[in-house]
Design a protein around this ligand. Structure first.
Ligand code: ADP
Ligand code: MG
Length: 399
């Protein structure tokens, strides 16, 4: 099921989260809008590879253009150490120009901003002060702006000069439409979900996502675990897991969760697992049911009974949040569990939200990315928002 705009506010009205939106900027005709976008896309042979991130900001850019603003776009690209020419945003400017059907001029640095309706500043991480949130850099950016718009939700968990510092220094600042949709959709999951709320969490390591696990054990009706992050829970219960992924941090996290009876009641763990004698496509496979794994074998996917159980739960949900593959899906024989989850998420009538680089890659590889209500661009920022951690980029745009 797909909803074009899951935002629940009416134009001009406040959002649930108190975030300032484009409407709040008022008359911007003829003004220069400094727009922080996340155009950190993969490049291949000096050209834009997957341009999803660029296309996702087009509605914001077009809305500002229609209101008469001149745009000064700011993005980072990669992690340059100094002015690495391979990480110039020139290919991004060219690509955006094609999408907008308008010339996008390149500003080589903050001192040389060409005059034009759409200008892109060179890689903001060429500036050493960017990631340090240097107030001097933020002030130089603010001087270039009549209004400030942030549409780079994927960087909202970092306080950088172009995402946080500058937002406080420009009199009128607001979230772009992509940023707004991310905040509203992700906040609604934890604040006002259509129930039952079912969270499906996977991935390699429990310790990476323990904050999100704990949050969903508070707010979700059921939390279904899979992937490497579920194995420490078996180990914590004294169940043999052979050579399956499990580290000390994960074990500690699992023990803490299981020690809380209210949390443990909402938690579902796999009831069977696919195990392999090595981590390779030509491995020998077996089903561990019940789960009791010999040394020399490791779990690599959820088993068929778990698949069915999880799929049924997803189909009965009102809202589903899915982050993290439930197996090593990159290897085809280990991908059946993740494929079953992805299909169920695509087919259920529930509101569905997916996030995480590998989960989105899995959805895309199964051809299902368009079947999900909201595919979050947020990554780490999305998980931190769900955890309830304050995101500096969001706070800077909130009254
Ligand atoms: P996302 O990027 O969607 O947030 P993660 O990065 O947390 O997801 O985890 C994805 C990775 O976890 C994938 O590379 C997948 O192969 C791996 N993974 C999941 N289950 C297992 C497993 N049982 N054994 C090895 N790797 C696994
Ligand atoms: Mg990942």
């Amino acid at each position: 099921m797909r909803i074009d705009s899951p935002t629940t506010h009416h134009p001009g009205g406040p959002t649930i989260s108190g975030l300032r939106t484009l409407d709040s900027l008022g008359d911007i005709d003829g003004l220069r809008a400094l727009v922080r976008v996340d155009f950190n896309v993969p490049l291949a042979d000096g050209r834009v590879g997957d341009d999803t991130r660029i296309r996702q900001s087009i509605p914001t850019l077009e809305a500002l253009r229609e209101r008469g603003a001149r745009l000064l776009l700011v993005t980072h690209l990669g992690r340059p150490k100094g002015r690495e020419p391979e990480l110039s945003v020139a290919p991004l400017a060219e690509h955006l120009g094609e999408l907008l059907d308008e010339q996008v001029l390149l500003a080589p640095d903050l001192e040389h901003i060409p005059d034009g309706p759409v200008v892109m500043l060179e890689n903001i991480r060429y500036e050493p002060g960017e990631t340090e949130n240097d107030p001097a850099l933020a002030a130089r950016l603010a001087e270039l702006a009549d209004v400030y718009v942030n549409d780079a939700f994927g960087t909202a968990h970092r306080a950088h000069a172009s995402t946080e510092g500058v937002a406080h220094l420009v009199e009128r600042s607001a979230a772009g439409m992509l940023f707004e949709r991310e905040v509203e959709t992700l906040s609604a999951i934890v604040n006002d979900p259509q129930r039952p709320l079912v969270a499906v969490l996977g991935g390699a390591k429990a310790a990476d996502k323990i904050g999100v696990i704990n949050r969903f054990l508070e707010v979700a009706d059921l939390l279904l675990l899979g992937g490497g992050m579920s194995y420490p829970f078996f180990a914590a219960e004294g169940i043999a897991i052979g050579d399956s992924l499990c580290d000390a941090d994960g074990l500690e996290a699992a023990r803490a969760v299981l020690a809380n009876p209210a949390a443990a009641e909402r938690l579902r763990l796999p009831v069977d697992l696919v195990i392999a004698d090595r981590f390779s496509a030509d491995a020998q496979l077996r089903i561990a049911d019940p789960i009791d794994i010999d040394d020399g074998w490791e779990a690599i996917d959820i088993g068929p009974r778990t698949r069915e159980m999880y799929v049924n739960t997803i189909c009965e949900a009102g809202t589903v949040f899915w982050n993290g593959p439930v197996g090593a899906f990159e290897i085809e024989p280990f991908s059946h569990g993740t494929r079953a989850i992805a299909k169920a998420v695509a087919q259920t009538d529930a509101i569905t939200i997916t996030g995480g680089g590998d989960s989105i890659a899995a959805l895309s590889s199964f051809g299902l990315a368009d079947e999900v209500t909201h595919v979050s661009t947020g990554g780490g920022a999305a998980l931190e928002l769900i955890e309830g951690r304050p995101l500096p980029g969001v706070l800077a745009l909130t009254d």
